[in-house]
Design a protein around this ligand. Structure first.
Ligand code: CP3
Length: 353
């Protein structure tokens, strides 16, 4: 494609990067959380070839293959690196395994002594090198118009798994550790923060064009805890990344932050906030999108149920955010019981009305 040598050439050409730069587009770019996942038969086949989920994360050719599958099938505007937020705790020295049908399991960090036994942040690259190789393969193989997103878990969310050793409905063990020994808990958050800066920085050096910070359990923090453990670490990570990689766009996802979505992007220095599907789009358009790009926020259940309600809800999300920069996405990851045809219908509705 030829371009005229005007000021326009200094603006990004990829749709996702344009949205992140604050540009409103008539058709919003679209990608989906967990777009490489069990709802796709080709993903299940490649996972079987790898043996299990973690082996897939650490096999660069296969991890790149599953990242590319939804791009080939649907032509999403962005690809997200295939990996997991729990690789960082593993790289810090915890045992990690996935019990079939039960989700993740880890050895735990519940005391200052456990914390002292963790590896230093600088040691994570021994374990995580294959992830950087996946990013390098993807930056070679993705179509020219597709943006490559790297990611990590935000420190609070990662800590909830490290303290409990598993997913929990209320993050009770992490809240208990925080209440019993705030200094040690803060030191744990700091260690994860340092590791996350180095991890994301390496992803960017390998070719990630955007990074996203997943704080899936931000909604269980309130008041000063939200300031100390959701805002402050995100601010520190984003400032360090932007100092090392000037102009790097960052998406923050403080899931279920409710009213604390307001001002979040400004407070942490993010270019975009991802909205979960409990957020009212009209409220977010008025209170959150005025600060810049928003991402979201169709209820992922529509990918299971489909039909006219899916079309209507998709149109409603597009309509609500039409006035400013918007990246269309679900409010959380697509689930294994979703119908791949419904994803196609969603994309068709976004692009053709
Ligand atoms: O979005 C993508 O497609 C990129 C890859 C990605 C995965 N996990 C792959 C995955 C990303 C960005 C994540 C993030 C992640 N992982 C989060 C934050 C986002 C969120 O969903 O809130 C969390 C909390 C995790 C931890 C995790 N990983 C859990 C709780 C589980 C089990 C739940 C489940 O769906 O089984 C995983 C496993 C996981 N991570 C799968 C995938 C595709 C399913 C594993 C499989 O193939 O069996």
């Amino acid at each position: 494609m030829t371009q005229t040598p005007t000021a326009a050439t200094s603006r990004p050409t990829k749709t996702i990067l344009r949205a992140l730069a604050g540009e409103r587009q008539a058709v919003p770019p679209v990608w989906m959380m967990r777009q490489a996942g069990r709802y796709l038969p080709e993903y299940r086949a490649t996972r079987a070839q790898a043996g299990d989920f973690l082996s897939l994360c650490y096999a660069p050719e296969l991890a790149a293959e599953v990242t590319l599958q939804p791009i080939r099938r649907y032509g999403f505007d962005a690809a997200i690196l295939f990996a997991d937020i729990l690789l960082v705790p593993q790289a810090l020295g915890l045992d990690l395994w996935f019990a079939p049908g039960e989700g993740p399991r880890l050895s735990t960090v519940t005391s200052a002594a456990d914390l002292a036994a963790l590896k230093p942040a600088a040691a994570i690259h021994d374990t995580l090198a294959p992830v950087y190789e996946t990013v390098r393969i993807l930056s070679r193989e993705l179509p020219a118009e597709t943006t490559l997103i790297g990611f990590a878990g935000a420190p609070w969310t990662v800590a909830t798994y490290m303290v409990a050793g598993r997913g929990t409905p209320d993050q009770g063990p992490a809240h208990a550790f925080k209440a019993a020994d705030r200094a040690s808990f803060t030191a744990l958050i700091d260690r994860i923060t340092e590791a996350t800066i180095d991890y994301l920085s390496m992803q960017v050096e390998a070719g990630a064009e955007v990074v996203k910070l997943f704080d899936s359990w931000a909604g269980s923090l309130t008041g000063r805890d939200f300031d100390d453990f959701a805002l402050a670490p995100a601010r520190r990570i984003i400032a360090a990344l932007k100092a090392r990689h000037p102009g790097l766009p960052v998406i923050a996802f403080p899931r279920e932050a409710g009213p604390r979505y307001e001002g979040f992007a400004r407070a942490v220095g993010a270019d975009c906030v991802a909205l979960d599907n409990s957020v009212d789009p009209a409220w977010a358009a008025a209170q959150v999108q005025r600060d810049g790009c928003v991402q979201g926020n169709l209820d992922p259940r529509h990918m299971v149920t489909g039909g006219a309600p899916l079309v209507e809800a998709t149109r409603a999300v597009v309509e609500a955010f039409r006035g400013g920069p918007h990246i269309f996405n679900l409010g959380h990851g697509i689930t294994p019981d979703a119908d791949p045809e419904n994803v196609a219908l969603m994309i068709e509705t976004i692009r053709n009305g």
